[in-house]
Design a protein around this ligand. Structure first.
Ligand code: GLU
Length: 488
């Protein structure tokens, strides 16, 4: 059986958009599932759209996403070069061959002549003028150094058809297609030509790409046929939408991989989420590792309707990844956010992680969630008053005064042990456990809202600091109650 070979062929024009990454991922997963090869090819023939650093972005993205190519500019597999700008002479050679075979022809038409060819509805369609030049004429003009392009010779009649693995049967009347340029006047190929030559020479068995190429593929097939080459199989993928009307794009927010990393998403969660944008696994499980994706990916699960990018869902999925981490794993991922928070260096980060793991969906939430830990000081004791829990300042004071010696005697300083101890104290003192835990949490944080309860935070702060804070809060309450008393 023929070896399965797929490729990802990005143009280095800037960031790696989610749509591109999904195309890449599907091509990769399909190759892995079929035990085939995955090839990276850089399509940089359009020098005007070239962006400095974009090739590095491609490599970085693949690496972070966990997508490893078997062949590419940095991994020779015998089909190189894998960068189109280094293949110029190859395209020229094949374009000439195609001219010999009748599938293409030289065109010397001036810009003025082309501009004058306004066709139906204002669409300009080339009129095959130069197709009729004699061989001698062409050679004479080439020898004279006249500028030229090479155009595809598309039949004017008949219909070109193929079966797409996602969209099914596609038929395009030849009359609807134009004799597009294959080689530009600077000698560079167009995408329309380079993709055919490269996919053939790189022995690509399955071409997987965005559906914007669905209707030009019949043109490419005409070239495969003219060369006498076997056509590849095609899988075109539906667009990813921002909402029902708009395609996801740079213009509509953060649609690129590295921006999401910066926002605190994990690469594996992004990859997992985008794998589901256009493909449904057979089972119900949505959290799928790269290994599971490789095993489960199948063409049957591909959808031809556009999918909507739902950041809230990706965020939820990211949270699921975080919840599955151990504190040291979480710390490793969260480190840059710890370091830029106000608690930098203040705590054992693994303990901080224990507190945050169940409470964070994306890592960038971290600083705002933990900064309060670094800012303990004077605060308004009115915070202790809680009607629903029937907590008043005097009650809070009374409870804290009882809690303090308990804390001082406590030997095992963990969330669990403290929770157990204080719960039994509450029962003994005949108060609700919330009437112990809430004042304690406020007393050690001075913040109305915090991630984690009193004992989790106490564990994190450690015995000494917890006691110091409770004493400070008791003093604050004492002063407050005293001044109220004297005012009366
Ligand atoms: N360079 C093309 C693009 O980025 C690749 C299309 C293809 O995969 O054939 O759209």
């Amino acid at each position: 059986m023929k070896e399965v070979r797929t490729r990802f062929a990005p143009s280095p024009t800037g960031f790696m958009h989610i749509g591109n990454l999904r195309t890449c991922l599907y091509a990769y997963l399909f190759a892995r599932k079929e035990g085939g090869k995955f090839i990276l090819r850089i399509e940089d023939t359009d020098r005007e759209r070239y962006v400095e650093g974009a090739v590095e972005t491609i490599y970085r993205t693949l690496e972070k996403a966990g997508i490893d190519h078997d062949e590419g500019p940095d991994k020779d597999g015998g089909c190189g070069p894998y960068v189109q700008s280094e293949r110029k002479s190859i395209y020229m050679e094949y374009a000439k061959k195609l001219v010999e075979l009748g599938g293409a022809y030289y065109c010397f038409c001036s810009k003025e002549r082309l501009d004058s060819l306004a066709g139906e509805g204002g669409i300009k369609k080339y009129d095959k003028h130069c197709l009729h030049l004699s061989r001698e004429e062409v050679e004479k003009r080439l020898a004279a150094g006249e500028p030229f392009v090479i155009r595809q010779n598309v039949p004017t009649e008949g219909v070109s058809e193929y079966d797409d693995m996602v969209y099914g049967h596609i038929a395009v009347p030849n009359a609807d297609m134009e004799d597009g340029i294959l080689i530009k006047s600077d000698g560079m190929p167009t995408y329309n030509f380079a993709n055919v030559v490269d996919d053939h020479l790189m022995r690509i068995s399955h071409v997987i790409r965005g559906m914007e190429y669905l209707s030009s593929t019949p043109k490419y097939n005409l070239m495969y046929d003219a060369f006498g080459w076997e056509r590849p199989a095609y899988m075109h993928l539906p667009p990813i939408m921002k909402d029902a009307q708009r395609k996801l794009s740079k213009r509509y927010g953060d649609a690129n991989f590295e921006d999401f990393l910066e926002k605190g998403y994990l690469p594996e969660a992004i990859v997992n989420y985008i794998a589901l944008l256009g493909w449904s696994p057979k089972g119900n499980e949505e959290k799928l590792s790269m290994q599971q994706l490789k095993e489960q990916f199948d063409v049957d699960g591909l959808s031809k309707s556009p999918s909507i990018f739902d950041e809230a869902k990706m965020r939820w999925l990211n949270g699921e990844y975080l919840k599955a981490m151990t504190p040291p794993q979480f710390t490793a991922a969260a480190l840059p956010w710890y370091e830029k928070s106000d608690v930098k260096g203040m705590f054992d980060y693994d303990k901080l992680s224990k507190l945050l793991i169940p409470r964070v969906e994306i890592l960038s939430e971290i600083p705002e969630k933990i900064n309060f830990l670094a800012h303990f000081g004077e605060y308004d004791p009115a915070m202790f008053e809680h009607k629903k829990m029937k907590i008043t300042k005097p009650l809070a004071r009374e409870i804290l005064a009882k809690v303090l010696p308990v804390l001082k005697e406590q030997t095992e300083w963990t969330d669990e042990a403290l929770k157990e101890k204080l719960s039994s104290c509450a029962a003994e003192w005949q108060v609700k456990s919330g009437q112990v835990f809430l004042p304690l949490r406020l007393a050690v944080t001075a913040a109305a809202v915090t991630p984690g309860g009193a004992t989790e935070i106490a564990e994190l702060l450690g015995r000494e600091e917890t006691i110091r804070r409770v004493e400070f809060s008791l003093g604050l309450l004492d002063n407050d109650l005293k001044s109220v008393g004297s005012a009366e």
